[in-house]
Design a protein around this ligand. Structure first.
Ligand SMILES: CCCCCCCCCCCCCCCC(=O)OC/C=C(C)/C=C/C=C(C)/C=C/C1=C(C)CCCC1(C)C
Ligand SMILES: [Fe+2]
Length: 529
C-alpha cells in the first residue's frame, strides 16, 4: 500500500482545454501489431463555469477522450461534448442545468415574473454524458443515467444529436452499463415512475442493426418489469447482471425519495444528491427474471445484509445455481456522499480520514439457488463444490444469502471491474480486472482470479490510472490472452498523460504512449477495433 503525500491526484480533478486536432504520442516499449483501433473514454473535463465550481465528481462537463492506435503509432484527441448543459453553460457563463451534485440557480438577469414561468416549465434533466460511451447498432452514444443520450462521431468526436429515450421507452432513465449480446442486442435497466405512482425497474431490449435504414431504438421495448419493494422510493441502480438465461437485479438500500425528488426542484439549491436516502431495515434484495420469454420470477425472496452496489463483475449459471460476483461497499451509507470534489481534492491525510468513515469495499460472490421448493428450512442450499457462499431458507419463505469474499483490504477497493466480455459474459470465468482505489484514490490496476483469489498488481509511483479495458488477442483461446488498456496520469512527468498497455496474463507493461498534457479522470469507455 503506497502513500500519496504529494497529493498528485488533485491534478486529475482539474479543468483542461479540449484539443483542436489529435496530437502524436511518444511510445516506449512495443505496441502489439494487431492492436489497431480506438480507445474511447468519458469523464468530467470542466469543473467550474464562470467562477462557479461544480461540487461533485459526477458534475463536470462531459469530455470525450480518444487514443488511436495504428501501425504501432498512437495519437491522442479530446473534445467537449456539445450537450445542452455544456452549450448553455458556455453561452450564459453560469451553471444553467442542475447537475448530479450542483444546483443551477435561476438566471439573475430575468425578473421575478419570467423566473416564475421558467419554474413552471418543470424539471430540466441533465444530458451531461460524462459516464460512458457504447454502441447501439451502428452508432455510438455518450451517456449518463438520465433519459438523454448523445450520439457522437467516434472518429471526429463531434456531437451529432441528443436523443430522448422517453420517446421510445417507458423509463425515466437507464444505467450507463448496458449488456450486449454477440449479435449486437443491447439490454439495459432503468427506473420507471409509472401511472398512479406505481414504481418499477424496467429492463429494456434494443435489437441489433438490421442492415437497413431503420433505427434500432425505434424497435426497442420493455421486456421485464420488476416492482419496487418500497412505495415512492425506488432504489438507485447503476448496473445489473445477465447470464445466458437470466437477468439479475440487486435492489440496494440506497433509495431515491421521489417526494424529495419532486419537491427538490422547487427548493433553491437542491440537486439530485439531495434526493437520496438510506433504508435502514430492508437489507439488500436480489431479483431474478428469465430472459426468454422474459418474465419476472417473484416466487422467492432473496435477501442479504445491507450494501451499496455500483458494479456487477459477472454472473453465470452453474448446476441449478446463479453465481453473482459484485463490487460491494458494506452498509447503507451512500458512497457518493464521499465523492464531492472538495473531498477527493483534499490533502492525503484528510483523504484517508474521510475514507475511514465511509462504507468499506469488498468483492463478493453470492450464489442463488434456482430450485428451492423441496428443500428443508435452515439448511444451506448451495451445493457448488467450489464456493463457501450460502443460501438458507427461513420459515417466512425468505432465502438469506451470505457471500464468499473474493477480495478485501481495508479501504482498498477493487472497482471499475472488467472481464474478457466477448468470451466470458454470462459464463463461468476466472479473471476480473479492476482499478485499485486506495482510500478512493485510483492508484493501481489489479487482476483477480475469482476462482483462486490470486491477484496481480500494476503500480508505479505518483501514477493515477483509470478503468482497465480488456482487449483479446485475435484468435485467442485462453481467457486472459490479450492486453489491458488504461489511461494513466503521472503529474510530475515531462509527458504527464499516457496510454498504458499491459499484458493481461502477467500484468506486465508492454508499452506506454505518452502525451504532453494532463488527462482528467475518466470513468468508463470502450475499445473500438
Ligand atoms: C476513476 C476514479 C474515480 C475516483 C474515485 C471514484 C471512487 C468510486 C467509488 C465507487 C464506485 C462508483 C462508481 C460510480 C461510477 C459512475 O460513473 O457514476 C456516475 C453516475 C452519475 C453521473 C449519475 C447520474 C445520475 C443522474 C443524473 C440521475 C438522475 C435521476 C434520478 C436521481 C432520479 C430519477 C430520475 C433521474 C433523472 C434518472
Ligand atoms: Fe459505472
Amino acid at each position: 500500500i503506497v502513500e500519496h503525500p504529494a497529493a498528485g491526484y488533485k491534478k486529475i480533478f482539474e479543468t483542461v482545454e479540449e484539443l483542436n486536432e489529435p496530437i502524436p504520442a511518444t511510445i516506449t516499449g512495443v505496441i502489439p501489431s494487431w492492436l489497431g483501433g480506438s480507445l474511447l473514454r468519458m469523464g468530467p473535463g470542466q469543473f467550474e463555469v464562470g467562477g462557479e465550481p461544480f461540487n461533485h465528481l459526477f458534475d463536470g462537463q462531459a469530455l470525450i477522450h480518444k487514443f488511436d492506435l495504428k501501425n504501432g503509432q498512437v495519437t491522442y484527441y479530446r473534445r467537449f461534448i456539445r450537450t445542452d448543459a455544456y452549450v448553455r453553460a458556455m453561452t450564459e457563463n453560469r451553471v444553467v442545468i442542475t447537475e448530479f451534485g450542483t444546483a443551477a440557480y435561476p438566471d439573475p438577469c430575468k425578473n421575478i415574473f419570467s423566473r416564475f414561468f421558467t419554474y413552471f416549465k418543470g424539471i430540466e434533466v441533465t444530458d451531461n454524458c460524462l459516464v460512458n460511451i457504447y454502441p447501439i447498432g451502428e452508432d455510438f452514444y455518450a451517456v449518463t443515467e438520465t433519459n438523454y443520450i448523445t450520439k457522437v462521431d467516434p472518429d471526429s468526436l463531434e456531437t451529432l444529436k441528443k436523443v430522448d429515450l422517453c420517446k421510445y421507452l417507458s423509463v425515466n432513465g437507464v444505467t450507463a452499463h448496458p449488456h450486449t449480446e454477440a449479435d449486437g442486442t443491447v439490454y439495459n435497466i432503468g427506473n420507471c415512475f409509472g401511472k398512479n405512482m406505481s414504481l418499477a425497474y424496467n429492463i429494456v431490449k434494443i435489437p441489433p442493426a438490421q442492415g437497413d435504414e431503420s433505427e434500432p431504438l425505434e424497435k426497442s421495448k420493455v421486456v421485464v418489469q420488476i416492482p419496487s419493494s418500497e412505495r415512492l422510493k425506488p432504489s438507485y441502480v447503476h448496473s445489473f447482471g445477465m447470464t445466458d438465461n437470466y437477468f439479475v437485479f440487486v435492489e440496494q438500500p440506497v433509495k431515491i425519495n421521489l417526494l424529495k425528488f419532486l419537491s427538490a426542484w422547487s427548493i433553491r439549491g437542491a440537486s439530485y444528491m439531495d434526493c437520496f436516502e438510506s433504508n435502514y431495515s430492508m437489507g439488500t434484495w436480489f431479483h431474478l427474471a428469465t430472459k426468454d420469454p422474459a418474465a419476472y420470477m417473484s416466487s422467492h425472496k432473496f435477501r442479504a445484509s445491507a450494501f451499496n452496489l455500483f458494479h456487477h463483475i459477472n454472473s453465470y449459471e452453474d448446476q441449478g445455481f446463479i453465481v453473482v460476483d459484485l463490487c460491494t461497499w458494506k452498509g447503507h451509507d451512500f458512497v457518493y456522499n464521499y465523492l464531492y470534489l472538495a473531498n477527493v481534492k483534499e490533502e492525503w491525510e484528510e483523504v484517508k480520514k474521510a475514507a475511514t468513515r465511509a462504507p468499506q469495499p469488498e468483492v463478493r460472490r453470492y450464489v442463488l439457488p434456482l430450485d428451492i421448493h423441496r428443500e428443508e428450512q435452515g439448511k444451506n442450499l448451495v451445493s457448488l463444490s467450489y464456493t463457501t457462499a450460502t443460501a438458507v431458507l427461513h420459515s417466512d419463505g425468505t432465502i438469506w444469502l451470505e457471500p464468499e469474499v473474493l477480495f478485501s483490504g481495508p479501504r482498498q477497493a477493487f472497482e471499475f471491474p472488467q472481464i474478457n466480455y466477448s468470451q466470458r459474459r454470462g459464463k463461468e470465468y476466472s479473471f476480473a480486472y479492476g482499478l485499485g482505489l486506495n482510500h478512493f484514490i485510483p492508484d493501481k490496476i489489479v487482476k483477480l482470479n475469482v476462482q483462486t483469489k490470486e491477484t496481480w498488481v500494476w503500480q508505479e509511483e505518483d501514477c493515477y490510472p483509470s478503468e482497465p479495458l480488456f482487449v483479446p488477442t485475435p484468435g485467442a483461446t485462453e481467457e486472459d490472452d490479450g492486453v489491458l488498456l488504461s489511461i494513466v496520469v503521472k503529474p510530475g512527468a515531462e509527458r504527464p498523460g499516457f496510454l498504458l498497455v499491459l499484458d493481461a496474463m502477467k500484468l506486465t507493461e508492454l508499452s506506454r504512449a505518452q502525451v504532453n498534457t494532463i488527462i482528467p479522470v475518466t470513468l468508463h469507455g470502450v475499445y473500438k477495433p
